[in-house]
Each structure stands twice: as C-alpha cells, then as structure tokens.
Design a binder for this molecule. Structure first.
Ligand code: SF4
Length: 321
C-alpha cells in the first residue's frame, strides 16, 4: 500500500440550513473531519443513521460542497465547482455505488444502455467489449443473457451487480459505496462483499464504504473510522473495532451489534439519545450519554490521542500522549 493518500479530507465542515418560520437554523452534519484514504485501501465509515457518514461521501462525489476545509484527490484540491472537462475526468476516476439498486437504475433502460451511458459520456471506444468485460467482472455470465434485460427482470443481487458494473466500467481509482448491501437479502450480502473485494484485488481500487453494520465493516475493511454526531471519534483496524474498541461510543456500538456467540444481550450501560445537530454539544459530542464523562468533556472537544497506531478522540486516553 502506498504511503501517500489518494484522498484526504482536511478539516471538513458542512452545515445544512433548515427553516423554521422566518428563522433559519443550521444542522451541523459534518464537523471538522479529517481522514486520509490510501490507494487500494478499503475504509469503512461506521455510525448510526444521521451521523454524517453519507454526507461525507456526497461531499467527495460533489453532490454537496463543504463549507470549510478541503478535499484533496491525489495532489489536487477537488474544486467546489467543476468545469465540464474537469468534471468528466473526476467522474471517470471516482464512482459511486448507491444503497438502493432498485431506484439507482433507470427502469426503462436495458442493461446494455445503462452500462453504455457512462462510456458514451466519457467518449470512450469499444463500448460493447467494455460492457461484456464489466458484466464478466461482476459475475453476470454469460453477459449475453443480461445485456437485453430491464432492471425489473433481475433479482436484487443481480441489480446490485449491474450497479457495480456501471461503477467499474470507466475503471475508476476510487469507489464510494453507500451502504451497498443494506437493501439486499442477508443471503446475498456476502456475495456482493466478496465481489467488492475481488474488484479491489483485480484493479487496486480504493473504497470509501459507509455502513451501520459492524460485521460488514469488519469483513470488508482494512480500516474503520467511527463517526458520531458529525465527528470522527476513532480510527482503527477492522479487527480492533470488534475485539478492542477504545472510544466509549465504539464500545457502545460493539455491544449493540448482534453477536451469534452472545445469546443473552449485554447491558449497554449507556442512556440518552444522539444530540440535536442544530445545537450540538459544545464539548465532546458523546458527553451527554457517556458514563465516563468528566468536567472538561462538557466544555472542550477532545483532540485525537494516539494509542499505538490508533487515533481516539476521547480524554480518557490523554495520559497515553
Ligand atoms: Fe466520554 Fe469524555 Fe471521552 Fe467524551 S471525551 S467519550 S465524554 S470520557
């Protein structure tokens, strides 16, 4: 793995306005997030719904634009507004897999048209050959059995394979995968994750993968970043998050995850709700729920502390530094 990141989020902040009568308030969706992603790496961003993880992906894909900070791809800052040529080039290199294969495919287009469209936009040649290659790569074989089908003629798993084929057809360096298995039957999730791993191995593709499923994150990722209330609270390896979670919120996520070896559910030991992101806590975002909270946690956002090779945003680890 290269030591220069392919993507860097640097102190990214994103707020969304919400109107209440004449008053405009702001939802603080992403707050001062920094994260490096290395070529060929699969990094999962895990957290509860509404924690800001999908917003982070959408910022990189330029569905949204950050208010503060910058996103670097390779050695270039990703512009907030693309010129047409820049946009085409960026979209060729950075592709997205959406959560819902049912709504992310045009129902009135056949697979051949769906896969051919990005190639036409990029003005690439050998369209049929590339479509066949992509279908073979996602194991929809023989391709001739699939190219003339409409999305409604495919199963959920086949549809998600078409979505993945569309994402890889321009040979991107980076794939942004937004909960790619959460809408699929449990029985076909493992097949899709194995396919994502195979694509990484075949093309050295980098994945930024968003999920709320710790088991999926552990299965597919090299590293995991835990997000809560718009902030990244812990970065560690995929095994660490399950075997030795450090941040109190990561410990809560671990305890709340279903575990077939643990038939009696553990007491979570935490109460309270995710904070309101219109008025987020001034200090540590987890302070209102944290059983270890100290006086300073209420007033100060903890910096990252290093614990071996891990990064933890919690004052409990201050003594390690
Ligand atoms: Fe708990 Fe304080 Fe650590 Fe936040 S910084 S998780 S409140 S101990």
């Amino acid at each position: 793995m290269s030591f220069s990141p392919i993507i860097s989020f640097e102190n990214i902040t994103k707020k969304f306005p919400v109107r209440k009568g004449f008053k405009v308030q702001y939802v603080h969706a992403v707050r001062d997030v920094s994260l490096d992603v290395f070529p060929g790496e699969i990094i999962s961003i895990v957290g509860e719904s509404g924690c800001g993880k999908t917003t982070l992906l959408r910022l990189l894909s330029r569905i949204y634009v950050e208010d503060e900070g910058k996103i670097v791809y390779g050695s270039e800052i990703v512009p907030k507004k693309f010129k047409r040529k820049e946009e085409l080039e960026f979209r060729r290199k950075v592709q997205m897999i959406f959560q819902d294969p049912f709504s992310s495919l045009n129902p009135v287009k056949k697979v051949h048209q769906i896969l051919g469209r990005p190639l036409e936009l990029q003005k690439l040649n050998n369209i049929d050959e590339r479509i066949y290659e992509a279908l073979e790569e996602v194991e929809l074989t023989p391709p001739k059995n699939f190219i003339n089908k409409y999305p409604h003629e495919l199963s959920g798993g086949e549809r998600q394979r078409v979505v993945i084929a569309r994402a890889i057809i321009t040979k991107p360096s980076v794939i942004l995968a937004d909960e790619p298995t959460s809408m699929l039957d449990v029985s076909i999730r493992a097949g899709i994750m194995k396919l994502m791993l195979k694509i990484r191995d075949d093309f050295n593709t980098t994945y930024l993968h968003v999920t709320h499923d710790l088991a999926a994150a552990r299965y597919i990722s090299d590293r995991v970043a835990v997000m809560y209330a718009g902030m990244l609270l812990e970065e560690c390896t995929a095994d660490d998050i399950v075997l030795e979670p450090l941040h109190p919120y990561t410990q809560l996520l671990r305890k709340a995850a279903p575990d077939p070896d643990r038939l009696v559910s553990e007491k979570l030991g935490y109460t309270g709700e995710v904070p309101n992101l219109i008025t987020p806590p001034k200090g540590c975002p987890f302070e209102p729920r944290c059983k270890y909270a100290m006086k300073k946690c209420k007033n100060f956002v903890p910096p990252y502390f290093r614990v071996n090779k891990r990064k933890v945003k919690c004052f409990l680890y201050e003594k390690n530094n």
